[in-house]
Write a protein that binds this ligand. Structure first.
Ligand SMILES: Cc1ncc(COP(=O)(O)O)c(C=O)c1O
Length: 369
């Protein structure tokens, strides 16, 4: 098959680097090789590029640039938020549908159950709150797209003296985030989910939040995260955030409509299929469907043969055939939790791809049931 005919519907796993992002990065990959800690002109140029990137990333979430700590990605940002809080004496509460970079960040984490749509059980969470807790509740789920009531939960946490962290890796650039009005203490971001390069991310740390810094060494990131900065990746992250901010509103509406059209078409194509996750509170780009009697892996591999890339859940777990911990937490049986397929849209996804996707899914489901 001609690569131009591939249909990539796995944007929740990662997104392609945008041309504009690469153009911004290129001079820092080839020519501008300075170390941002050096005091000569090479170093000063690198430092200037990082400062600009910090402003661009901060402006996507309306933060003060000084409150961002650059990291190697979402995993490190989540680890920093939770390990950094645990090391300063806090106990961790997290919803059962968090990404593994949250659920496996520390030895002891109290998991809070979710309902059948994947929404956290707020009463259960509130009953566990205390002033020595940190709560981690993701903004938008990477498997089902369900958007959690983070403003409400963050406010409850503060009423009880607890800290609040949100993993906004999937939601940033897709739905508005304003940390001036959203009472979060810590918020994680990742560049490669919004058309930036892999290996760059950030943790927003609200001024005054106590955190034990994890990466020790040099005084980069004002002593909060040591290590020579990946200047090109950070520049790409900044550019990706600036573009995402500019296009957020139009792409949000366009992708939501496209997702809805795709959902209707697929539900009509495969009788008995269903939607996993919340339909009233969800990200615009993720659609998670279940198909009766067929394993998600079978559909994913069958679609791959037809040049269509989807996922059975979190990409970090594909390769293993474990049932999704997210669907299990939502109360689904092992059999059902094996049946899910995640279709995630992006800037390049067009309405014209819907008939092809439906035809292919119809063929794959018919061949395997
Ligand atoms: C919700 C969520 N959090 C965290 C991560 C990890 O981010 P990164 O790949 O930048 O380490 C991912 C990536 O799959 C994710 O979807």
């Amino acid at each position: 098959m001609n690569p131009a005919d591939y249909l990539y519907l796995d944007h929740a796993a990662t997104t392609p680097v945008r041309q504009e992002v690469w153009e911004a990065m290129r001079p820092h990959v080839m020519g501008g090789y300075g170390n941002a800690s050096s005091l000569h002109r090479f170093g000063r140029d690198a430092k200037k590029a990082i400062d600009r990137a910090r402003e661009q990333v901060a402006s996507l979430i309306n933060a003060d640039p000084r409150d961002l700590v650059f990291t190697s990605g979402g995993t490190e940002a989540n680890n920093l938020a939770l390990r950094g809080s645990a090391d300063s004496g806090r106990r961790i509460l997290a919803s059962a549908v968090e990404h593994h970079s949250v659920l496996r960040a520390a030895e002891t984490i109290t998991e809070i159950s979710v309902d059948a749509e994947g929404l956290v059980e707020v009463d259960r969470l509130e009953s566990e709150l205390s002033d020595d807790a940190i709560v981690s509740l993701m903004h938008g789920n990477n498997e089902t797209g369900t958007v959690q009531p983070i403003a409400e939960v963050a406010a409850s946490c503060h009423d009880r003296g607890a800290l609040f962290h949100t993993d906004a890796v999937q939601s940033a650039g897709r739905i508005p985030i304003d940390v001036e009005t959203l009472p979060v203490d810590l918020l994680s971001l990742s560049a490669h989910k919004l058309y930036g390069p892999k290996g760059a991310g950030a943790l927003f740390v609200r001024r005054g939040t106590r955190l034990a810094w994890q990466m020790r060494g040099g005084s980069q990131e004002r002593g909060r995260r040591a290590g020579t900065e990946n200047v090109a990746a950070l520049v790409g992250f900044g550019e990706a955030c600036a573009l995402a901010r500019r296009e957020l509103e139009t792409e949000n509406i366009r992708q939501s409509q496209l997702r809805d059209a795709m959902e209707i078409a697929l539900l009509n194509t495969v009788p008995g299929s269903w939607v996993n996750g919340s339909r009233r509170s969800r990200l615009p780009h993720i659609l998670h469907l279940g198909f009766p009697g067929v394993e998600g892996e079978t559909i994913m591999l069958g679609l791959d043969q037809e040049g269509i890339a989807v996922s059975t859940g979190s990409a970090c777990n594909s390769g293993s055939v474990d049932a999704s911990h997210v669907l299990l937490a939502m109360g689904q049986s092992h059999a059902k939790a094996h049946g899910g397929v995640r279709i995630s849209l992006g800037r390049e996804t067009k309405e014209s791809s819907i008939p092809r996707l439906c035809e292919s899914i119809k063929r794959v489901v018919a061949a395997s049931s």
